[in-house]
Write a protein that binds this ligand. Sequence first.
Ligand code: UDP
Ligand code: MG
Length: 335
Amino acid sequence: MPELPQTETSRKKLISLVVPVFNESKNIAPLYETVCQLFTEKLGQFDFELLLVNDGSVDDSAKLISALCQKDSRVRGVILSRNFGKEIALSAGVDFATGDATVFMDADLQHPPELIPRMIEEWLAGAQIVATIRKSVQKHGIVRRASSRTYYWLINLISELELISQTTDFRLLDRQVVRELRKIHEKNRMFRALVDWMGFEKVWLEFEAPARVHGTSNYSYIKLFDLALTSMISYTQTPLRLVAVLGFLITTASFFSLVWMSLAFHLVSEQFYYTPLAKVVVFNSFLMGIMMACLGVVSLYIGKIYSEVIRRPLYIVQKAIGFQNATESNSPEGA
Ligand code: UDP
Ligand code: MG
């Protein structure tokens, strides 16, 4: 671990650990112990706050979180009023984290805390985002892995976002990134896609994901499909454009077919004449093509409305040079 510069050793840097918790009563104690041990043995030069965001658990998680908060002032609990989903729980963590850097990790220890010292090292070396890639997923079956690959292939194909396959929410974000993230208010969000959209200096680390020790995954295929759909809709309008293009193609093709059908009578022998029914069918698809093209145009407007209503910032300033306190004054919180 590199030595901190003299001027900064006066105050220990604070690392926030944001952990979304949904029915994790069996994992809370092991998680707390692992974190304490890690900061005592390997990260003694840092302070930590363990921010447990209870996402409407129906087991004892909320009680255990309160008990831990009583016992250790470094533990903080945010109890959400119901289950809002992991993406929103992580976002609540973004709002409450006070650290110089914040690490987002799962409660089930599938995001190995042993990687945190390396993440911090990269952060101290200048990375503002330290993201991770899962090298092996022992518990996931072939169907889930195949769907995941297809999803990443598709989103990279049709959106301007570059999402890396097997990337996870296990990430360290610098205070500045967290502050910028607070300004993003869109409700339908995929945390890691949003972080990737933001840019900043990023470093990737790889890790092996162990199997879950207690409990089962809270992510059903339906939830995962929902998440995939959300990110598709949020970062690309290609499907909307496809509707318009398809409509235009059908209209054009049926138009020329109709013209040919009318001319065939004069140009080719009788055996190639078209029946009145065939003409009606093609005329019908011509009308459908027009309808689809119109729908495409409407969709394009809806796409524009969507991108306006989510009010994503136009740009994010990483650094402004030559201004006094520029980054602070140019980016008031909640602007
Ligand atoms: N989680 C959450 N809300 C939910 C589902 C999950 O806060 O609605 C938390 C869960 O407690 C865990 C993390 O998100 O800390 C990852 O969940 P899980 O292990 O079920 O997902 P997987 O590892 O299968 O992707
Ligand atoms: Mg898990």
